[in-house]
Design a protein around this ligand. Structure first.
Ligand code: 4UU
Length: 563
């Protein structure tokens, strides 16, 4: 099997001279269903419905207000540190109208994590949620961003997004819309999203305007959206369908599905600020949500939580799982919970600006365990450890070429060179591709682990653990977990004086372990906690050049926890 191709993508129809704002708000594409009166956004709690004209006006108002109040210029980076909010999409589109760049941060990040992101992307303006304002102001101070450059969605003592929008709407247009030359959409950066890639600490991935446009058109072509010969009942995405906007907008999966795919297909997005399972069930019933893009832990809850029986989930027509493996067993259970729905997986990476595969529209239920088939325009190679190409059914690393690939890591040429090799993205995922073109993700060759769909970089946790006064060396590995998929466990080599103390007293050992776990919990967002525990070890196995032998320890951790 030399290379395997998704169906040809009609790239002539993909504009490379429009910003994302212009593509979604100002242009029409032949693949795009005709717009209906359905609202674009629905605020979950208040049921406020926001239509196309209002979104456009708010985007314009915000762009104008940002210019008048802050003079935001070309290439400036606006960092959004917030849970999902109805003004999140207009904030992105407004920034893009000015030629600015958006970087979304996890709203649960600690001040230290936020500061790291602010510094890497060199943000000059922060949009925070009132609930995360305190941390945002602290990080802004540390990064020498003036406090009046921290604005909020919703009421607070800081300037609000609403203030800026109203300022912009009250005044004549003061900004010049950033327009792109032919081809410029392929290189002009729209987003800086975070990913650790195959190794090391989280890095900013530069995503061009063109990439999400490509991805949405790939999905449209693959799912035969707006093709007249496909009967209405069989269309996967239809205008007026209702999508759960529960995946976070700061992550590539939620960004592309919620902010771009949903409005492209004329669907309404219910903007859900915080995932709480019973509230989520209530939202599905109340808004009659038809489409659920989810991550596996949410599917575990759908299959196992007793409250599921109290709600009417019969309107759900489509469920997609991505960001981490979904077992065949869960798919079988899920079919009983939502028997009317199409169910399957998608697979992608921040570095591919989201989806590379998706389950086919010819399948009501995607092949259990499969991530689906390549989207149009994606070319795949499966490479064996010796560098040769694998055949069908043979495992190897997946490498892909597709017009939606990210541009690389921001200001990190070395990492970019290692991951993007002659136009091929090295995914660090071990896959098998079958003759029927189904792609199975069988293992992860790269260091990162996925906890509830979020990346956790061992190198980042190791750096944090090494700051603990009792620790001489450490290696963090994943262990399987029924709910989270996997969780981090730390092997730790203690300094001699601590090791002596601990060796003599098991209560002392427990205290040191608890203190290391607390140190991580105090400095990192909740999903990075050492939920797999701490294990003491005499020495971290390394190869002669000093590289950690993670695999050895990963296998040992699995044995320890299994036994
Ligand atoms: C096993 O998680 C993502 C993107 C997810 C996504 C995108 C488009 C899901 C569905 C979709 O249609 O991005 P990152 O950068 O956070 O993490 C990328 C890594 C992959 O390399 C792989 O290891 O997340 C893992 N991953 C999956 N693993 C993503 N999807 C899957 C999957 N099965 N379905």
């Amino acid at each position: 099997m030399p290379e395997i191709f998704g169906e040809p993508l009609d790239s002539a129809a993909i504009p490379d001279d429009l910003t994302l704002s212009q593509f979604f708000l100002d242009s029409h594409h032949p693949r795009r269903p005709v717009r209906t009166d359905a609202p674009w956004l629905i605020e979950d709690e208040t049921e406020r419905r926001i239509g196309f004209e209002e979104i456009r006006a708010r985007t314009f108002g915000f762009a104008n207000g940002l210019t008048l109040r802050y003079g935001i210029k070309e290439e400036e980076v606006v960092l959004i540190y917030s849970p999902n909010h109805v003004d999140y999409p207009p904030a992105i589109w407004a920034t893009h109208r000015l030629g600015g760049i958006v970087s979304g941060a996890n709203p649960a990040y600690t001040a230290e994590e936020l500061l790291h992101q602010i510094q890497i992307v060199k943000a000059t303006l922060i949009i925070a949620h009132p609930s995360s304002l305190h941390t945002a102001l602290g990080a802004a101070r540390a990064a020498r961003i003036p406090p009046d450059r921290v604005i909020t969605f919703g009421e607070s003592t800081q300037p609000t997004v609403e203030d800026i929008i109203q300022l912009g709407l009250r005044n004549e247009p003061a900004f010049v819309e950033r327009r792109l030359k032919k081809g410029e959409g392929k290189t002009k950066v729209a987003f800086l999203n975070f990913s650790s890639g195959t190794t090391g600490k989280p890095k900013a991935v530069a995503i061009a305007h063109y990439a999400p446009i490509v991805n949405v058109i790939q999905i449209a072509q693959y799912t035969k959206v707006n093709e007249n010969h496909v009967p209405w009942e069989e269309q996967r995405f239809r205008p007026s369908d209702i999508v759960a906007g529960v995946l976070p907008f700061f992550h590539i999966y939620g960004l592309v599905f919620s902010i771009y795919a949903a409005p492209f297909f004329g669907m309404s997005l219910v903007v859900i600020q915080k995932f709480g399972f019973t509230d989520f069930l209530r939202s599905i019933e109340r808004h009659r949500i038809t489409h659920l893009p989810l991550v596996p832990p949410q599917i575990v809850l759908l299959c196992k939580h007793p409250k599921v029986n109290d709600y009417d989930l019969s309107v759900i027509r489509f469920l997609i799982s991505g960001a981490a493996p979904l077992s065949a067993e869960l798919v079988n259970q899920l079919m009983k919970v939502i028997p009317n729905a199409q169910i399957g997986q998608g697979y992608g990476l921040t570095e591919s600006s989201t989806s590379l595969t998706m389950y086919s529209v010819d399948q009501k239920i995607g092949i259990p365990g499969s991530a689906g088939q390549l989207l149009p325009g994606v070319v795949a190679r499966v490479v064996k450890p010796d560098g040769s190409l694998a055949g069908f059914n043979e495992p190897g690393e997946l490498r892909v070429k597709t017009p939606s690939l990210a541009l690389g890591y921001w200001n990190d040429e070395q990492a970019t060179k290692e991951t993007f090799v002659e136009g091929w993205l090295c995914t660090g995922d071990e896959v098998i591709i079958r003759e029927d073109k189904e792609v199975f993700i069988v293992d992860r060759l790269k260091e990162i682990m996925k906890v509830r769909g979020f990346q956790v970089a061992p190198a980042e946790l190791e750096g944090c653990i090494l700051d603990h006064r009792d620790v001489a060396d450490t290696c963090v590995v994943p262990i399987p977990d029924d709910y989270s998929g996997e969780v981090p466990l730390a092997f730790v080599v203690l300094h001699e004086f601590t090791a002596d103390r601990v060796g003599k007293d098991s209560r002392e050992a427990d205290k040191v372990k608890a203190s290391i776990m607390k140190h991580v919990a105090d400095n990192k967002v909740a999903y990075k906690r050492l939920a797999g525990g701490v294990e003491f070890i005499d020495v971290i196995p390394k190869n002669p050049s000093g590289k950690l032998l993670r695999r050895v320890l990963r296998d040992r951790a699995r044995q320890l926890r299994a036994g």
